[in-house]
Design a protein around this ligand. Structure first.
Ligand SMILES: CC(C)(COP(=O)(O)OP(=O)(O)OC[C@H]1O[C@@H](n2cnc3c(N)ncnc32)[C@H](O)[C@@H]1OP(=O)(O)O)[C@@H](O)C(=O)NCCC(=O)NCCS
Length: 177
């Protein structure tokens, strides 16, 4: 049974609780960022120990809450005693003119509509609470699950970007909120 800190909860949907993360989420975050599809489609961030995971939460997730007001959120499943199942977040990247949305489920919770359910609510929050009027999303061109979800959310392909020196091409999707 995962305990919920009500002060950290930003929204609830029919099946999910969407909550801010804390350093206590290091074990879950470590599992998520090392799940096979995260490694394949998002990348290996070199987070291999609980200490690495805590550092990344502190430096990236918590810093984004402080700097931008928003960031990466954890998803808890109400019907499974608030089991942690994945993440969904709003990000601000230097190479994009507007914030972007991202998501990832633990493997056993993919294909159940949780990505859509959480992202729909997060787009509402982005518009109503963070006054974001345009949202992007970046994905590898081969990531069919991600592209399918982005299209369902109404984002459309805008252009191909090469943000880093490694020359890897990413698709940028976007829509006005
Ligand atoms: C991309 C990712 C987050 C998608 O998550 P998801 O929860 O599987 O996505 P969706 O919400 O679109 O659900 C997928 C399917 O579940 C189905 N589904 C099953 N039960 C459902 C239910 N009760 N309600 C709604 N949909 C349900 C849907 O029909 C949907 O199928 P469709 O694609 O034919 O419409 C997931 O594949 C993932 O974690 N990938 C690895 C990380 C990653 O690549 N992230 C994106 C980086 S750019």
């Amino acid at each position: 049974m995962q305990s919920i800190n009500s002060k950290m909860v930003i929204a609830q949907t029919r099946r999910l609780v969407i909550s801010k993360m804390s350093l206590d989420d290091a074990p879950f975050y470590l599992e998520l960022v090392n799940s096979p599809k995260w490694l394949k489609y998002i990348g290996d961030r070199g987070i291999k120990t609980l200490e690495d995971s805590k550092k990344r939460i502190k430096d990236s997730v918590l810093t984004s809450y402080d700097t931008n007001g928003y960031g990466a959120y954890k998803l808890l499943l109400k019907t499974e005693n608030n089991q942690l199942i994945g993440s969904c977040g709003l990000y601000k990247r230097e190479y994009l003119d507007y914030p972007d949305i991202g998501f990832a489920m633990l493997p056993e919770y993919e294909g159940k509509g949780y990505g859509y359910e959480s992202s729909l609510e997060l787009l509402r929050i982005a518009k109503d609470e963070f006054n974001i009027n345009r949202i992007g999303a970046i994905t590898l061109p081969t990531n069919q699950s991600s592209i399918g979800l982005l299209k369902k959310l109404g984002l459309v392909y805008e252009k191909t970007v090469i943000p880093f020196d490694d020359g890897e091409e990413l698709f940028l999707f976007a829509k006005d909120l």
